[in-house]
Structures are given as structure tokens and as C-alpha cells.
Design a protein around this ligand. Structure first.
Ligand code: HEM
Length: 223
């Protein structure tokens, strides 16, 4: 068990599992966010956001989410730095059997996504958790944080919209390689299945990033 945390392959395994968890998180997160633009009112979005922050089970999942995010980032940067140090002198730890264009830029896209997540969390998550500035709305006499209006106000700022879209493009680059690479690390490298995993990874990436991009664009132009 201690090998899992100390060996390079163990760290890569943890990174891949955490990555797959984040891949699932993105779908849930996108689904909730899309309700903001596919609904006439902000009610379903605000209620979903409220449910996500008040339900005990979801709170536990949230702790796992932040743990996963941390482990994925920490081991990702750690292994890359180790790889840089070892390269030329020993051997390459990242044994990319097929080095694709996107695999070469995983660390660069990771840095941009990290900056994005820090800004994103401070704009929405930390504000909703720790600041008293969030407006409140009432549905059936019950009060909710109006996170929807916060998102809409942000996406009325052109610079913010452009920043988000640029970050989504980098997220797409990261996912294009990360998706199938996670499966490969977990041992699923097969002549028959790998091409399918790659196709699913590309479809997933296109749908998820297009869905996220639609939100700021739609809010900026139509809401
Ligand atoms: C247009 C796109 C997006 C919108 C409108 C959006 C909106 C939000 C909002 C309002 C919150 C706070 C929820 C709460 O406190 O209850 C949040 C949290 C969060 N977002 Fe996003 N988000 C977007 C894209 C992303 C992307 C692409 C990522 C990851 C790369 C991401 C990662 C997170 C994380 C980790 C949290 C904290 C956990 C959570 O509250 O679920 N978000 N987002």
C-alpha cells in the first residue's frame, strides 16, 4: 500500500484515478451550469447549487473532489519535475508509447487550468461559501444564494468571457490526451479497445468543452 504513494507508477495510478473522477465531475458540473441557460428562471440552477452545497452525501463527495483535484495536480507536477530531472540522465518516467501532439503539452495546459481553477474558485465557490456578499432569493418562502445572478453578471464582462473560452480551449487540449492516458495507466491498453477509448475521449472533450463554452457566450449575447 505504501508503494502506491511512494513509487512513480503508484503516483501515476492515483493521478489517473483522480483524473477520471474529475472527468465525471465535469459532466455533473456542466449539467448543473447548463440549467442556467436552458431555463427561463434561475430557480433550477440556484436550487441545484444549493443542493450541491447542503446535502451531506454531496459534501463528502466535495471533500473527495478537492482531495482528487489536489492529488491530480500535486502528482502531475511532481512527476513532471522528476521526469525533467531524470531525462537525459536516466530514463523517461512518462512512458508515452505514442507521443501525441497534446501529450507534449500536458504540463503547460495543467498550469493554465490551475490558474483558471484558482480564479474560478475565488470568483464563485469561495464567495458563495465564505462571503456575505451573495444576493439572496426566495423560492416558496425558502432562502437561496442567488449564484445564478453572480454568474450572469460575470459573463456580461467581455474580458471574462474571453478568458473563460481561452481556458476551455486549453482544458480541451488537456482532456484530449488525459482521457485515454488515464485508461492506459490503469492498464487498459489494448489493440481493440484503445482506439474506442480514444474516440470516446475526443467526443467527451468536444461535448464538454462546447457545453462549457456555450454558457458564457449565451449569457453574454442573450441574457
Ligand atoms: C461556464 C463554465 C462554468 C461555470 C458557469 C461554473 C460555475 C461555478 C459555480 C457557480 C460554482 C460554485 C458552486 C457553489 O458554490 O455551490 C463552481 C464551483 C466549482 N467549479 Fe465551476 N463553473 C464553470 C466551469 C468550470 C470548469 C471548466 C471547471 C474545472 C476545470 C470548474 C471547476 C469547479 C470546481 C472544482 C468548483 C468547486 C466545487 C463545486 O462547487 O462543485 N468549473 N463553478
Amino acid at each position: 500500500m505504501s508503494n502506491l504513494f511512494t513509487s512513480s507508477i503508484g503516483k501515476k495510478l492515483i493521478m489517473s484515478l483522480a483524473g477520471l473522477f474529475l472527468i465525471v465531475f465535469l459532466v455533473v458540473h456542466l449539467g448543473i451550469n447548463l440549467s442556467l441557460i436552458f431555463s427561463d428562471t434561475r430557480e433550477s440552477f440556484n436550487k441545484a447549487a444549493h443542493f450541491m452545497s447542503s446535502n451531506l452525501l454531496i459534501k463528502i463527495v466535495e471533500i473527495i473532489l478537492f482531495g482528487g483535484l489536489f492529488l491530480h495536480m500535486f502528482y502531475g507536477f511532481y512527476l513532471q519535475i522528476k521526469n525533467w530531472i531524470a531525462r537525459g540522465r536516466f530514463y523517461s518516467i512518462n512512458n508515452y508509447s505514442q507521443t501525441s501532439f497534446f501529450s507534449k503539452f500536458m504540463i503547460h495546459t495543467a498550469v493554465i487550468i490551475t490558474v483558471f481553477i484558482i480564479i474560478h474558485l475565488s470568483d464563485f465557490f469561495f464567495k458563495s461559501k465564505f462571503s456575505g456578499e451573495i444576493p439572496v432569493v426566495f423560492y416558496n418562502g425558502k432562502s437561496y444564494h442567488d449564484l445564478g445572478i453572480l454568474v450572469i453578471e460575470k459573463f456580461k464582462i467581455p474580458g471574462f468571457v474571453i478568458f473563460y473560452i481561452v481556458c476551455f480551449i486549453f482544458l480541451a487540449f488537456h482532456l484530449l490526451h488525459g482521457f485515454w492516458s488515464a485508461f492506459q495507466t490503469l492498464g487498459l491498453d489494448h489493440r481493440l479497445y484503445t482506439p474506442w477509448i480514444k474516440v470516446i475521449g475526443v467526443l467527451y472533450t468536444i461535448l464538454v468543452t462546447a457545453g462549457f463554452t456555450l454558457i458564457p457566450v449565451y449569457i453574454y449575447f442573450f441574457m
